[in-house]
Design a protein around this ligand. Structure first.
Ligand code: C2E
Ligand code: MG
Ligand code: MG
Length: 659
């Protein structure tokens, strides 16, 4: 998958909660700060007022006590007079109401503190009169204080509504006052009394604020969840194949990548299969698009049941082509599974006569899914006609061939333009006199980048992509120019044959085209021979006969190349009035025990050609014995390494001069 597409898919799949969480945090923090500010203001103005009043009375009391205390921090006893009870009391270091202590550190760290300036109120949860030992183990939090206070509400006398005290909440606190420069400390038990109304307002405001936060928060979270669900749904749609109702290639690519990645950890092996129904287009043309779609659905269903749902994967790639990722125990097991799958499909789709082809490639860790799949489909496309099972595995040479083909295609035009393509000439010698009797022009690619490249490596590619016609034109023109020049120079010129690809023969007006090229170069036509490969005779016979006749009438010589190789057709000799028969090199190769039979065929072929008035050329002759045999049997010309390999033009000129 393209990187940009992958990003888009991931974006759609990824439900990004981070911005939402940030938004929520900002929102909650803002409201929290507002609530805290409100509480603070309430405490300062309402509770603070009350504490201030208490602090003032504590200070008055502290002033009095201080005046009665000894200066040295010793224990003491003070006699008090209570104005209300009109009683005398004794104040010593500890009483129930307050504590004055010269030598005891009281720990108030765990108390809920509320402070103004130097004075601090330590809130306590005391219900009833405090005692000094309450300080000992007390750990008090806000709720203790609050609920302690609530329990402590004094509603007064219910029988007397006038005396009802219902709007008071009392919080107990210790006010701490140092005395005598810190030698004594006064802990004054104080009641901070709030009006219920004030507390109610505060609670009401805080509750409203809470609701202000909670309601939009809940709505926001609901919207978020809904959008997450919708996003998930659209992500699912992205992976949906509308015809099969199953997964599509995008899903396969995304999930397959993950499965292949995991193989490094889990030690599993996967095989990628490219399975395709043959002639699907013609099936649709016969039975209609709806039947075509029905077939695809059924193929999908059969594949689905044959796979391990959790550990394997498949999807429709295109038309009736499916990609499968199968667990791979061994090559044999994968082969037999794919064979069985193919058999099941054929059975399910009966009575329609259908067939399937499958290419397989091992899915290796680190490789991209689309790259593995293209290997598998390359293997499928390269299935040879003799492969009855129609299952093939990808191997590296296939990829190398692909890469090479791409290189050739990308560089062929440049090579022709920049003069990397050269004419080589291989002389043909008279069998008896051993004198130069002709030559064949053969192309060579001398690449700046790759060095010397033989035609076997690029001619088949040119034939496939059609560039061969340009090559043929180039060779004909070049040879014609050379011949024209040599005639002009008064050299002993012999005919040179040029290969004409069979792809060229489907072109209309070929004879006229070749004639023009040679005329433009100014070469005599009888010095140009055109070689046609035997297989060209199977294309369009009538066109071929017509072209050959025209060429001959124009004055060219026409030969049949590679006679006897591949599909031999004596029949073509009947219909085409050719000038030259080139006997294929294969007759002179092979096993020794067949040599005699080969020799017999060659001698008879020479006789046959002679009877038909054709000149004979033997190709690929490498030994003196072969030359002797051919001379004895009346072969006219010999082309082969025995005399000379294909050579550059300069070298050929030397040979031509020698004769
Ligand atoms: P071909 O036209 O049959 O050419 C004869 C091939 O046999 C040449 O191979 C030549 O080098 C090789 N040969 C000649 N004598 C011997 C020998 O004694 N031993 C061996 N082992 N080989 C010998 P080359 O040049 O590699 O060309 C291969 C084929 O490529 C040609 O077969 C022809 O079909 C095609 N080809 C070459 N040049 C051209 C061209 O310019 N145009 C077209 N259309 N095809 C070309
Ligand atoms: Mg040839
Ligand atoms: Mg040949």
């Amino acid at each position: 998958m393209k990187k940009s597409n992958q990003k888009k898919v991931n974006k759609l799949k990824r439900i990004s909660v981070v911005p939402h969480i940030i938004m929520l945090l900002i929102f909650v923090t803002l409201i929290g700060v507002m609530a805290a500010a409100f509480i603070e203001v309430f405490l300062i103005y309402v509770v603070g007022d009350r504490i201030d009043a208490e602090v003032a009375s504590t200070q008055k009391f502290a002033n009095f006590i201080e005046s009665q205390l000894p200066d040295d921090g010793e224990d003491f006893t003070i006699t008090l007079y209570d104005w209300e009870t009109e009683d005398y009391g004794i104040l010593d270091n500890e009483t129930d109401e307050f504590i004055v202590t010269p030598n005891r550190e009281i720990n108030l760290d765990n108390y809920v503190t509320f402070g103004f300036g130097e004075q601090k109120a330590y809130f306590d949860s005391i219900n009833g009169a405090p005692t000094s030992d309450m300080f000992e183990d007390s750990e008090i939090d806000l709720s203790d204080v609050f609920f302690g206070a609530l329990e402590n509400i004094n509603f007064g006398d219910f029988t007397n509504p006038g005396a009802l005290n219902r709007d008071m909440i009392t919080f107990h606190a210790w006010l701490v006052q140092p005395l005598k420069d810190g030698r004594y400390t006064l802990y004054d038990s104080s009641d901070i009394i709030l009006r219920v109304k004030d507390v109610f307002y505060m609670v009401a405001v805080i509750t409203i604020m809470g609701l202000m936060v909670a309601i939009p928060l809940i709505l926001y979270i609901i919207t978020l969840i809904v959008s997450m669900v919708n996003q998930k749904k659209s992500a699912r749609l992205l992976y949906y194949d509308p015809i099969t109702g199953g997964r599509n290639w995008l899903y396969f690519e995304n999930h397959g990548e993950g499965m292949v990645k995991k193989t490094k950890r889990n030690g599993k092996k996967y095989a990628m299969v490219s399975l395709r129904m043959e002639r699907y287009q013609s099936f649709c043309a016969c039975y209609g698009a709806a039947s075509g779609e029905d077939v695809i659905e059924r193929i999908n269903a059969v594949i689905k049941v044959s796979l391990n749902k959790r550990k394997e994967l498949f999807a429709r790639y295109s038309e009736a082509e499916f990609s499968l990722l199968l667990l791979m125990d061994s090559v044999e097991k994968v082969n037999s599974r794919v064979s069985k799958l193919k058999a099941d499909l054929i059975k399910v789709l009966a009575p329609h006569k259908v067939d399937f082809v499958a290419g397989i490639c091992e899915a290796r860790y680190g490789e991209k899914i689309d790259a593995i799949y293209s290997n598998a489909s390359l293997a499928r496309k390269n299935i040879q006609p003799n492969n009855a099972e129609k299952i093939a595995w990808f191997d590296e040479t296939l990829r190398e061939e692909q890469l090479w083909e791409r290189y050739v295609e990308e560089n062929m035009e440049r090579a022709l333009k920049e003069g990397e393509l050269h004419v080589y000439l291989q002389p043909k010698y008279n069998a008896e006199s051993e004198k130069l009797g002709g030559a064949e022009a053969l192309i060579r690619w001398i690449s700046k980048e790759k060095g010397f490249i033989g035609p076997g490596k690029f001619i088949p590619i040119f034939e496939k992509n059609g560039f061969i016609t340009h090559i043929d034109d180039f060779m004909i023109s070049s040879v014609a120019k050379l011949q024209a020049q040599w005639v002009k120079e008064g050299r002993n010129v012999v005919p040179i044959s040029v290969n004409v690809s069979r792809a060229h023969f489907t072109q209309e007006g070929l004879a006229e085209h070749i004639c023009k090229l040679v005329d433009d170069a100014g070469a005599p036509k009888e010095l140009i021979e055109l070689e046609l490969t035997e297989s060209a005779f199977f294309e369009d016979k009538d066109v071929l006969i017509n072209t050959v006749d025209k060429l001959k009438n124009m004055g060219f010589k026409v030969s049949m190349d590679d006679f006897g190789a591949g599909y031999s057709s004596l029949n073509s000799l009947k219909d085409l009035k050719l000038d030259v028969l080139k006997i294929d090199a294969d007759f002179f190769r092979g096993r020794e025990e067949n040599e005699q039979r080969g020799s017999l065929i060659v001698s008879e072929t020479i006789q046959l050609a002679k009877s038909l008035g054709m000149t004979t050329v033997a190709e690929g002759i490498e030994s003196a014995d072969q030359v002797e045999f051919l001379a004895k049997n009346g072969c006219d010309l010999i082309q082969g390494y025995y005399f000379a390999k294909p050579m550059p033009v300069d070298e050929y000129i030397e040979r031509m001069t020698k004769g």
